[in-house]
Design a protein around this ligand. Structure first.
Ligand SMILES: C[S@@+](CC[C@H](N)C(=O)[O-])C[C@H]1O[C@@H](n2cnc3c(N)ncnc32)[C@H](O)[C@@H]1O
Length: 267
């Protein structure tokens, strides 16, 4: 991220969620605050390259909030949104007694709080803000996560160094009965040249705004890491499973490389 500036990719992800409400009618992920928090009308031009990213961002949010609903039913009473960006869950939180903690880079969090004020979105008493730079500070020093906490960690892993990723995952894993949802990118080397070119163009745009992609994983590597950290239940959706579950497109080959979203729980 550029020093003193909020995350530009957080703004971009929020614009995709807003566009999803308008273009797709929120079919995958309905978020009544998505347009308001962005503060300007979403770009509704249907650009082919952007559709896939818009649906992926909608699907990962839907997957996370469905898993959080199930966790609440099982007794979870704390949700921690890591790298929250303009995520609006905390302002729509329908669960009585669920405390939400938003953790983000200080510059992004300060900008979000101004955006909320300008959009007249009320900050509920159940929400706490914790400013943290994952690359420079330890979550351990800043956050008291409760046993059974549910961590939402969307759109962040690709931007972290391997150390930043490992330390954050270790913190989550060190929380008794924790559950986490995060998405990750696969190395572009395993992709078709057309897909690789499109992704490399996106990576270059992110790098130009100071947010280079720094981490990617093969699914087997992630599975091994989660296993080492004691996550006994893992549900990892790759392009084939996401297409079938959320995009109404069964039949995508199982080993198609691309973005993954997963849920891991310590049981
Ligand atoms: C692509 S945005 C995703 C935001 C949000 N989770 C979403 O899905 O819309 C990346 C987020 O990661 C945060 N982030 C990136 N690097 C970080 C770091 N070193 N420490 C804390 N937050 C960081 C940014 O501030 C931003 O909110």
């Amino acid at each position: 991220m550029e020093t003193g500036q909020p995350s530009r990719t957080a703004y971009s992800a929020a614009r995709y969620r807003a566009a999803h409400q308008v273009i797709d009618g929120g079919a995958i992920f309905a978020d009544p605050l998505a347009v308001r928090i962005v503060g300007e009308p979403p770009d509704t031009d249907e650009v082919p390259g952007r559709r896939g990213q818009r649906l992926f961002i909608a699907a990962r949010a839907r997957f996370a909030e469905d898993a959080l609903a199930a966790a609440f039913e099982r007794g979870t009473r704390q949700a921690v949104v890591l790298g929250a960006g303009l995520d609006t869950f905390a302002y729509r939180n329908p669960y009585p007694g669920l405390e939400v903690v938003e953790v983000d880079h200080p510059d992004t969090q300060a900008w979000k709080r101004r955006r909320l004020h300008d959009a007249r979105i009320e900050v509920p008493a159940t929400l706490t803000y914790v400013p943290v730079d994952f690359e420079k500070e330890s979550l351990r020093d800043r956050l008291a996560a409760r046993a059974g906490a549910f961590f939402v960690w969307l759109g962040v892993v690709p931007y972290l160094s391997r150390t930043g990723f490992d330390e954050t995952l270790a913190f989550v894993a060190g929380t008794d009965r924790a559950e986490v949802v995060f998405d990750y990118a696969m190395p572009t080397a395993s992709m078709s040249s057309e897909r690789r070119t499109a992704l490399e163009a996106r990576a270059a745009r992110a790098a130009r705004v100071g947010e280079p992609w720094r981490s990617s994983f093969q699914p087997e590597e992630i599975a091994g890491l989660l296993n080492e950290h004691g996550f006994g239940e893992v549900e990892d959706l790759g392009p084939a499973e996401l297409a079938e579950r959320y995009f109404g497109r069964p039949g995508v080959p199982k080993d198609t490389p691309g973005g993954h979203v997963l849920r891991a729980r310590k049981i």
